[in-house]
Design a protein around this ligand. Structure first.
Ligand code: DON
Length: 309
């Protein structure tokens, strides 16, 4: 990005306008009852470069639940707490064509860490004496990664999901039956849902993305926060598995390793350039934000962010 700041801003605003042409498509998630209670036209975008420039648009203070974007945090935590071999003996690294909460891609283990079964597996590998300690360690990690960004626990979202999440409960018990973890299945499920219910805004997630784009080094202090091999594995899994059963098509069209969540956000990481987070809660059938994925595609082309070009 060698343009003047105001020219970059204008360019991004044009991209936003084009992406908003898709705002009549998709639907807000409703299988978690509380997720229905959002303004379906809510929109926010944040781009944080590895040199520390921040570009914010729309409702930058808007707090939403991270949902499956948390699968990034949980994978990183599991990889910090265990060896790579330990983690990937329990969860695979392959994309799946089945939806994120399917039981089909669990053979001997879950297909990858970014479907629900895989994230429950990595959740079970977080160290801590109590559930509270494990949750707090995740919170500390993400605050550190995003330079003390805004992160809260959205109790209303947690309660809404934990009381309705029969499919995830089935997955947790199935994993337990396969000896993927030794803990009580309800405890693993509870921690998984709590971590999905972390609330934040686009800027905090984009900052966290910028740290990944910066090979794990804090963009201001240059301190190494996440070991480079963990950063590399996380970005690789975002590229191959981050957008569920649409990961291949998305990677081909957009060319930015990304992770989506049913809360309506998508986090993209462009190595050595920037972290990008877009929020727009209307989702396609796979659970990916419609305006979000289109905006990432347009930004990728307009700003030259495609990692394959
Ligand atoms: O487990 C669930 O179903 C949600 N807590 C998270 C799913 C999710 O975000 C998948 N995203 N597109």
């Amino acid at each position: 990005m060698f343009m003047k700041r105001e020219d970059i801003e204008k360019e991004i605003e044009e991209c936003i306008k084009k992406a908003k042409n898709f705002s009549n498509q998709g639907e807000v998630a409703s299988y978690i009852p509380e997720l229905k209670n959002v303004d379906e036209n809510g929109f926010a975008l944040s781009i944080v470069t590895t040199s520390g420039d921040i570009y914010n648009f729309g409702e930058k203070e808007k707090i939403f639940s991270v949902q499956s974007i948390s699968k990034i945090f949980t994978l990183i935590m599991a990889l910090k707490d265990n060896t790579t071999d330990e983690v990937f003996s329990k969860v695979g690294t392959e994309p799946t064509r089945y939806e994120f909460n399917s039981l089909i891609p669990i053979d001997q283990r879950a297909a990858n860490p970014f479907i629900n079964a895989g994230a429950m597996t990595t959740t079970s590998m977080i160290y801590g004496k109590s559930e509270e300690e494990k949750f707090n360690r995740v919170m500390e990690l993400i605050k550190q990664m995003s330079d003390d960004g805004t992160f809260t626990f959205m109790e209303n979202i947690y309660k809404s999901e934990i009381s309705t999440t029969d499919r995830n409960r089935a997955i947790a018990y199935y994993l337990k039956s396969k000896n993927i973890f030794a803990q009580n299945a309800d405890e693993v499920l509870d921690l998984y849902v709590r971590i999905c219910s972390i609330g934040t805004n686009v800027e905090s997630l984009a900052k966290l993305g910028a740290l990944l784009a910066n090979e794990g080094f804090d963009i201001h202090s240059s301190n190494l926060i996440i070991p480079q091999n963990i950063v590399q594995m996380t970005i690789a899994q975002m590229a191959s598995c981050g957008m569920y059963e649409k990961s291949g098509e998305y990677l081909m069209k957009v060319g930015i390793p990304s992770k989506s969540g049913v809360g309506g956000a998508i986090l993209g990481v462009v190595p050595n350039k920037c972290g990008i987070c877009v929020y727009s809660p209307k989702l396609d059938k796979s659970g990916n934000s419609v305006v979000g994925k289109n905006l990432l595609k347009i930004l990728s082309a307009d700003l030259g962010l495609n990692i394959f070009l």
